[in-house]
Design a protein around this ligand. Structure first.
Ligand SMILES: Cc1cc2nc3c(=O)[nH]c(=O)nc-3n(C[C@H](O)[C@H](O)[C@H](O)COP(=O)(O)OP(=O)(O)OC[C@H]3O[C@@H](n4cnc5c(N)ncnc54)[C@H](O)[C@@H]3O)c2cc1C
Length: 414
């Protein structure tokens, strides 16, 4: 029987390799790095095992819950603490993120929490949105374009950009409308943007929009890796694919001469589809600090930061406030994750954390820190003749990546 060769052992590659093997195929999984999981991996900071990349998943749709059930991880599902997220504005002030919004797009522009961020002039402009003819913004291709045209620049700059950059690491002018879920669909049926956002919020299932796993999202990688081993997938690490065709791949391992491997190819790694994609760098600094005032969660689960102020971080997650399981494991210390568009060190992160949390934290309170840099794949066209999975084609985030990988695996095994 011809073998399947899956290139890339991020979550997409792990999942496709598993489904193919479960369907009785002989599978080889090739990964450039030493470890599996791609952006879903961990590291140890101050002796605490923490996520080094993704730390949560969106709870929408059945695919992740089904996968977790399949892997026996239901008991590990961890909900975040019921605290709000905050925003840090260009004026240097921090405020709770407006509650009734999607990606920062308000469903009630005149609400007090929205006006506090936009100012009354910006809020009044946004409130006019339902009166604007539907044709305005109808040709918009990106979230930024749509919101600017319909609600005004202040909504994009002060609300949407901090949220979208915090989630997608990209400016809303580069994020496609599909990221807004059913909002564009409701608008096509005649709703204003304000009303469409309200509808989608009303339709959202009760409960938290995100969840994680006790021990962190790396638990998912570990469970998938164990299952792959059990079903006999041949895992080859520290080996990079350099050239691909539908039935062959050139592999270059550390210290060995490149060789050609034959089989049915499936791409789960960026950069091999042949179409251009702009990669986005994300730099994450994790701090473990001894700062007892932070036990009161002064800024809820953390903050998204508007550009243009003195803080360089794009977002801060107060991980010990957000995840009760982690607070227990941190034994009185606090874990902060700050993300940046450019490389940053612990000193910068400490200064930013102090400003964002409104609590001075100096370097004597720093127990340990770790900086990691990621390059997230930009959108690319799937390879014209090789099945392709992963965030480059599915969009950022585990919910999209996992649903797309499950669908593709089903097509490949039918
Ligand atoms: C800091 C950070 C925080 C995040 N937070 C969240 C979050 O909270 N929630 C969420 O849903 N998403 C989050 N994400 C995004 C999410 O992690 C990704 O969308 C998802 O993990 C992508 O999975 P993937 O399998 O498509 O790609 P990857 O995880 O990038 O996997 C691709 C794999 O292919 C390998 N590879 C690349 N080139 C080659 C080659 N030529 N040959 C062989 N192997 C190769 C890579 O080494 C890698 O292991 C976050 C990402 C980062 C970086």
């Amino acid at each position: 029987m011809e073998r399947d060769i899956v290139v890339g052992a991020g979550i997409a590659g792990l999942l496709v390799a598993l489904r193919l093997a479960e369907a009785g195929r002989a599978v080889r999984l090739v990964e450039a790095r030493a470890g599996l999981g791609g952006q879903v991996t961990g590291h140890t900071v101050a002796g605490i095992e923490l996520d080094a990349g993704a730390e949560a998943f969106a709870t929408r749709g059945p695919d992740i819950p089904d996968l977790l059930t399949d892997l026996g991880l239901n008991d590990c599902i961890a909900n975040p603490a019921p605290l709000s997220a905050w925003m840090h504005g260009v004026d240097g002030r921090s405020r709770p993120l407006p509650a009734a919004s999607i990606f920062g797009i308000p469903s009630a522009p005149l609400a007090r929490d929205v006006a506090a961020v936009l100012g009354w002039r910006g809020a009044a402009r946004a409130a006019l949105e339902p009166l604007i003819p539907a044709s305005r913004g109808a040709a918009a291709c990106t979230v930024g374009e749509l919101v600017r045209t319909r609600m005004g620049t202040a909504v994009v700059d002060r609300l949407v950009a901090p949220v979208v950059e915090g989630v997608h690491s990209e400016h809303p002018d580069r994020v496609p409308l599909s990221a807004l879920g059913r909002v564009p669909e409701h608008m096509m049926q005649g709703d204003s943007l304000t009303r469409a956002v309200r509808r989608v919020r009303d339709d959202a299932p009760a409960g938290s929009l995100v969840a994680s796993l006790t021990g962190g999202m790396r638990t998912l990688t570990d469970a998938l890796a164990a299952r792959l081993e059990a079903v006999g997938v041949d895992i080859v690490t520290e080996t990079r694919a350099t050239e691909v065709t539908p039935d062959s791949v050139v592999l270059a391992g550390a210290g060995s001469t490149p060789h050609t491997d034959r089989g049915r190819l499936i791409l789960a790694a960026p950069g091999l589809t042949g179409s251009a994609s702009t990669a986005t760098p994300t730099h994450l600094v994790t701090l473990v600090v001894d700062a007892p005032p932070l036990a009161d969660n002064p800024r809820g689960t953390g903050l998204l930061v508007a550009r243009g102020g003195s803080v360089r971080a794009r977002a801060l997650t107060h991980a010990t406030a957000k995840w009760p399981w982690l607070r227990e494991r941190a034994e009185g210390r606090e874990v902060l994750r700050l993300s940046y568009a450019e490389p940053a060190d612990a000193a910068t992160a400490l200064a930013d954390a102090s400003a964002l949390l409104g609590t001075p934290i100096d370097d004597r309170q720093l127990v340990d820190s770790r900086a990691v840099s990621w390059t997230r794949a930009g959108r690319a066209e799937p390879h014209p003749s090789i099945p392709t999975v992963g965030e480059q084609v599915a969009g950022t985030g585990l919910a999209s990546v996992i649903s797309h990988a499950e669908r593709t695996a089903k097509e490949l095994t039918e």
